[in-house]
Design a protein around this ligand. Structure first.
Ligand code: BDR
Ligand code: CA
Length: 312
């Protein structure tokens, strides 16, 4: 089994990503660490517990991490994810288990003690930056580092040029990309995640499978559907984070290229991921940027794993 740590900010699409990981037997989730992003970290931690309860995996520890970005004021995304981060779905809180504190120490110690662990970051990079500030060699033995964030040719989703995770904590993103990590950062940005759209048809299909999981997904995504319809007149919602898990499980799902990437931190370019695809700067590659994805293959994987659709 692959050992993984998932750092996230659940979040509607983070929750779908967690479900995909939890329903994948080849993954061993050592811990789930929470950063402030879509919602404050303490709210996100409760949401992670709700997902764990759904699949009876409350044995997996959840750690609360950074409450705010490194330097800029915190801006949540409760307009898109609901006040509770799960589309105001009123799912009852988990009271039998409490989240733990000190996500940053947990990540650092786990990576120091467990070679070959994969780190997946699905929220702002604050926790990861703090880990690397405490121990710059912490990623020495990390197997892979997958980050949902940024954009290459695609427009931003919270400014013309910036994606939310990098925009929310641009200083953390900049710091992480500047570290000379022994492995490339695998950037799963809006160019590919925008193509993963949960449509009413896919949701309808889920109805015929595991009822508890279907109802959970239906409850948490209704708000997202309404948001997309109201703002963009699109029927269906983009779910960004699950592709990161899917790509870990099946790297043939998406393709990209290697380049040097830097993150802007201020002014109108705050949070922009600048990809030096023409090698103007002559700097070594620090990133693998995904640019194309097979959406059908993604949904086949998701439905098979999360809802065991093939067995119904
Ligand atoms: C990212 O921002 C968040 O709102 C989502 O959970 C995802 O991680 C997309 O820009
Ligand atoms: Ca997220």
């Amino acid at each position: 089994k692959k050992n993984i740590i998932i750092d996230c900010d659940p979040g509607i699409d983070d929750s779908l990503a967690l479900l995909l990981a939890l329903q994948s037997k080849e993954l061993n989730i050592i811990g789930i660490t929470i950063v402030s992003g879509n919602v404050p970290a303490s709210v996100g931690a409760q949401n992670a517990l709700k997902v764990l309860r759904l699949v009876d995996r409350l044995d997996i520890p959840v750690y609360i991490g950074a409450e705010k970005p490194l330097a800029v004021p915190f801006t949540s995304a409760q307009d898109t994810h609901g006040e509770d981060g799960l589309g105001d779905s009123q799912i009852s809180p988990v009271t039998s288990v409490q989240p733990k504190a000190n996500a940053v120490s947990f990540i650092r110690e786990t990576l120091q003690q467990n070679p070959d662990t994969t780190v997946l970051a699905l929220g702002p990079l604050t926790n990861i930056a703090l880990v690397l500030q405490e121990d710059p060699n912490c990623f020495a033995q990390v197997s892979r580092f997958l980050v949902m964030g940024g954009n290459y040719r695609s427009h931003g989703n919270c400014s013309p040029v910036a994606e939310y995770n990098f925009w929310c904590d641009p200083d953390a993103a900049k710091f992480v990309f500047e570290q000379k990590l022994p492995i490339p950062i695998e950037m799963i940005g809006l160019d590919v995640t925008r193509k993963i759209v949960l449509t009413p048809t896919i949701l309808e299909y889920m109805k015929h499978t595991d009822q508890r999981i279907y109802q959970f997904i239906q409850q948490i995504t209704q708000f997202y559907f309404d948001f997309h319809w109201e703002h963009e007149k699109v029927l269906g919602c983009v779910v960004n984070d699950p592709l990161t898990i899917a790509y870990l499980l099946d790297p043939t799902l998406a393709q990209g290229f290697d380049s040097h990437v830097e993150i802007a931190t201020t002014g109108i370019s705050r949070g922009q991921s600048i990809v030096d695809d023409h090698n103007f700067w002559q700097l070594s590659n620090n990133c693998h940027i995904l640019t194309s994805v097979d959406q059908t293959a993604f949904w086949c994987l998701f439905l098979t794993r999360v809802l065991k659709a093939e067995e119904s």
